[in-house]
Design a protein around this ligand. Structure first.
Ligand code: ZN
Length: 208
Protein backbone atom coordinates (compact mmCIF):
# COMPACT_ATOMS: atom_id res chain seq x y z
CA UNK A 1 0.00 0.00 0.00
CA UNK A 2 1.42 3.37 -1.01
CA UNK A 3 2.55 5.72 1.72
CA UNK A 4 0.75 9.05 1.60
CA UNK A 5 1.93 12.11 3.45
CA UNK A 6 -0.53 13.31 6.09
CA UNK A 7 -2.53 16.41 5.31
CA UNK A 8 -0.79 19.57 6.47
CA UNK A 9 -2.78 21.75 8.84
CA UNK A 10 -2.29 24.33 11.54
CA UNK A 11 -1.82 22.97 15.07
CA UNK A 12 -3.48 22.21 17.35
CA UNK A 13 -6.33 20.05 16.18
CA UNK A 14 -9.72 21.52 17.05
CA UNK A 15 -12.36 18.98 17.96
CA UNK A 16 -15.03 20.78 15.93
CA UNK A 17 -12.94 20.25 12.77
CA UNK A 18 -12.46 16.49 12.96
CA UNK A 19 -15.25 15.60 10.52
CA UNK A 20 -13.96 18.16 8.05
CA UNK A 21 -10.47 16.64 8.35
CA UNK A 22 -11.98 13.22 7.83
CA UNK A 23 -13.60 14.42 4.60
CA UNK A 24 -10.30 15.92 3.41
CA UNK A 25 -8.46 12.72 4.28
CA UNK A 26 -10.86 10.34 2.54
CA UNK A 27 -10.97 12.59 -0.52
CA UNK A 28 -7.18 12.47 -0.72
CA UNK A 29 -7.28 8.67 -0.59
CA UNK A 30 -10.00 8.42 -3.23
CA UNK A 31 -8.18 10.84 -5.53
CA UNK A 32 -5.21 8.48 -5.46
CA UNK A 33 -7.29 5.32 -5.83
CA UNK A 34 -11.09 5.29 -6.27
CA UNK A 35 -11.14 1.72 -4.87
CA UNK A 36 -9.01 2.58 -1.83
CA UNK A 37 -11.66 1.82 0.80
CA UNK A 38 -13.08 -1.16 -1.10
CA UNK A 39 -9.63 -2.74 -1.04
CA UNK A 40 -9.02 -1.72 2.59
CA UNK A 41 -12.29 -3.26 3.76
CA UNK A 42 -11.62 -6.73 2.32
CA UNK A 43 -8.95 -7.93 4.73
CA UNK A 44 -6.08 -6.84 6.94
CA UNK A 45 -2.68 -8.45 6.45
CA UNK A 46 -0.31 -6.41 8.65
CA UNK A 47 3.25 -7.69 9.03
CA UNK A 48 3.95 -5.86 12.29
CA UNK A 49 2.45 -5.83 15.77
CA UNK A 50 3.31 -2.45 17.32
CA UNK A 51 3.11 -2.20 21.10
CA UNK A 52 3.58 1.36 22.32
CA UNK A 53 2.61 4.05 24.80
CA UNK A 54 -0.64 6.07 24.64
CA UNK A 55 1.35 9.32 24.52
CA UNK A 56 -0.22 11.74 22.03
CA UNK A 57 3.17 12.85 20.73
CA UNK A 58 4.15 9.41 19.50
CA UNK A 59 2.15 8.62 16.39
CA UNK A 60 2.90 4.94 15.58
CA UNK A 61 2.11 5.08 11.87
CA UNK A 62 3.84 8.42 11.19
CA UNK A 63 7.15 7.65 12.90
CA UNK A 64 7.80 4.55 10.80
CA UNK A 65 5.96 5.53 7.62
CA UNK A 66 3.18 2.95 7.94
CA UNK A 67 -0.16 3.18 6.14
CA UNK A 68 -3.55 1.73 7.11
CA UNK A 69 -3.24 -2.05 6.94
CA UNK A 70 0.48 -2.17 7.69
CA UNK A 71 0.45 -2.52 11.49
CA UNK A 72 -1.68 -4.07 14.20
CA UNK A 73 -1.40 -1.67 17.15
CA UNK A 74 -1.73 -2.08 20.91
CA UNK A 75 -1.14 0.90 23.19
CA UNK A 76 -1.27 1.53 26.92
CA UNK A 77 0.40 3.81 29.46
CA UNK A 78 4.16 3.19 29.29
CA UNK A 79 3.85 0.27 26.83
CA UNK A 80 3.60 -2.56 29.35
CA UNK A 81 3.01 -6.22 28.50
CA UNK A 82 1.99 -8.00 31.67
CA UNK A 83 1.15 -11.59 32.44
CA UNK A 84 -1.86 -10.29 34.39
CA UNK A 85 -3.14 -8.08 31.55
CA UNK A 86 -5.65 -9.92 29.39
CA UNK A 87 -5.84 -6.94 27.02
CA UNK A 88 -2.22 -7.02 25.81
CA UNK A 89 -2.20 -10.84 25.87
CA UNK A 90 -5.27 -10.92 23.63
CA UNK A 91 -3.76 -8.42 21.18
CA UNK A 92 -0.60 -10.56 20.97
CA UNK A 93 -2.60 -13.77 20.53
CA UNK A 94 -4.72 -12.24 17.76
CA UNK A 95 -1.69 -10.77 15.99
CA UNK A 96 0.17 -14.08 16.05
CA UNK A 97 -2.53 -16.70 15.63
CA UNK A 98 -4.88 -14.90 13.25
CA UNK A 99 -2.71 -12.33 11.47
CA UNK A 100 0.63 -14.17 11.54
CA UNK A 101 2.60 -10.95 11.96
CA UNK A 102 6.30 -11.35 11.18
CA UNK A 103 7.58 -8.78 13.67
CA UNK A 104 6.59 -7.52 17.10
CA UNK A 105 8.04 -4.14 18.00
CA UNK A 106 7.82 -2.73 21.52
CA UNK A 107 8.29 1.03 21.29
CA UNK A 108 9.00 3.12 24.37
CA UNK A 109 9.77 6.81 24.22
CA UNK A 110 11.83 9.35 26.12
CA UNK A 111 9.87 11.88 28.24
CA UNK A 112 7.30 9.15 28.93
CA UNK A 113 4.70 10.47 31.38
CA UNK A 114 4.09 6.95 32.70
CA UNK A 115 7.76 6.46 33.55
CA UNK A 116 8.02 9.95 35.05
CA UNK A 117 4.87 9.40 37.14
CA UNK A 118 6.22 6.08 38.44
CA UNK A 119 9.54 7.68 39.37
CA UNK A 120 7.92 10.62 41.15
CA UNK A 121 6.46 8.17 43.71
CA UNK A 122 3.40 10.41 44.12
CA UNK A 123 -0.12 9.11 44.62
CA UNK A 124 -1.77 8.76 41.20
CA UNK A 125 -4.97 7.12 42.43
CA UNK A 126 -6.34 4.53 40.00
CA UNK A 127 -3.09 4.61 38.03
CA UNK A 128 -1.01 3.44 41.02
CA UNK A 129 -1.55 -0.28 40.37
CA UNK A 130 -0.31 0.09 36.81
CA UNK A 131 2.66 2.27 37.82
CA UNK A 132 3.64 -0.28 40.46
CA UNK A 133 4.95 -2.50 37.65
CA UNK A 134 7.38 0.24 36.60
CA UNK A 135 8.36 0.93 40.20
CA UNK A 136 9.25 -2.77 40.57
CA UNK A 137 11.47 -2.49 37.49
CA UNK A 138 13.18 0.50 39.08
CA UNK A 139 13.90 -1.60 42.19
CA UNK A 140 15.39 -4.34 39.99
CA UNK A 141 17.77 -1.90 38.28
CA UNK A 142 18.10 0.57 41.17
CA UNK A 143 21.90 0.53 41.33
CA UNK A 144 22.39 1.23 37.61
CA UNK A 145 19.64 3.83 37.56
CA UNK A 146 20.62 5.70 40.73
CA UNK A 147 24.15 6.06 39.37
CA UNK A 148 22.63 8.32 36.68
CA UNK A 149 21.24 10.80 39.24
CA UNK A 150 17.56 11.58 39.67
CA UNK A 151 16.77 13.43 36.44
CA UNK A 152 16.21 12.87 32.74
CA UNK A 153 19.17 10.53 32.19
CA UNK A 154 17.84 8.09 34.78
CA UNK A 155 14.33 8.23 33.34
CA UNK A 156 15.63 7.74 29.80
CA UNK A 157 17.53 4.64 30.89
CA UNK A 158 14.43 3.34 32.65
CA UNK A 159 12.46 3.88 29.42
CA UNK A 160 15.00 1.64 27.68
CA UNK A 161 15.07 -0.99 30.43
CA UNK A 162 11.27 -0.97 30.53
CA UNK A 163 11.08 -1.79 26.81
CA UNK A 164 13.60 -4.61 27.24
CA UNK A 165 11.61 -5.97 30.20
CA UNK A 166 8.43 -6.06 28.14
CA UNK A 167 10.28 -7.94 25.41
CA UNK A 168 11.29 -10.52 28.02
CA UNK A 169 7.66 -10.85 29.04
CA UNK A 170 6.67 -11.42 25.40
CA UNK A 171 9.48 -13.95 24.95
CA UNK A 172 7.96 -15.93 27.83
CA UNK A 173 4.46 -15.77 26.36
CA UNK A 174 3.39 -19.28 25.16
CA UNK A 175 1.65 -17.83 22.08
CA UNK A 176 4.86 -16.04 21.10
CA UNK A 177 6.97 -19.16 21.68
CA UNK A 178 4.59 -21.18 19.52
CA UNK A 179 4.70 -18.61 16.69
CA UNK A 180 8.48 -18.35 16.93
CA UNK A 181 8.76 -22.10 16.49
CA UNK A 182 6.16 -22.28 13.73
CA UNK A 183 7.20 -19.40 11.51
CA UNK A 184 10.02 -17.46 13.17
CA UNK A 185 8.28 -14.28 14.36
CA UNK A 186 10.87 -11.69 15.42
CA UNK A 187 10.85 -9.46 18.48
CA UNK A 188 12.36 -5.95 18.55
CA UNK A 189 12.91 -3.30 21.25
CA UNK A 190 12.76 0.31 20.05
CA UNK A 191 12.82 3.71 21.74
CA UNK A 192 11.43 6.79 20.03
CA UNK A 193 13.57 9.79 20.93
CA UNK A 194 11.20 12.73 21.25
CA UNK A 195 14.20 15.09 21.35
CA UNK A 196 15.32 14.20 17.84
CA UNK A 197 12.48 12.23 16.19
CA UNK A 198 14.77 9.23 15.72
CA UNK A 199 13.94 5.61 16.50
CA UNK A 200 16.68 3.84 18.43
CA UNK A 201 17.00 0.06 18.04
CA UNK A 202 18.01 -1.43 21.41
CA UNK A 203 18.92 -4.65 19.54
CA UNK A 204 16.97 -6.97 21.80
CA UNK A 205 17.75 -9.91 19.53
CA UNK A 206 21.46 -9.57 20.40
CA UNK A 207 20.92 -9.62 24.17
CA UNK A 208 18.02 -12.11 24.32
ZN1 ZN B 1 4.69 7.27 27.43
Amino acid sequence: MEYVKPIKRAMPLEFKDIFKHNQDWLKEKLDLDPDYFTKLSIKQTPSILYIGCCDSRVNPESIIGASPGDMFVHRNVANLVLESDVNSKSAIAFALEQLKVKHIIVVGHYHCGGIEAAMSFKDYGTLNDWLENIREEYQTYKEELDALGDGEKRNERLVELNVLEQCKHIANNPDFQKAQKEYGVELHAFVFDLNTGKIIDLEYEKIA
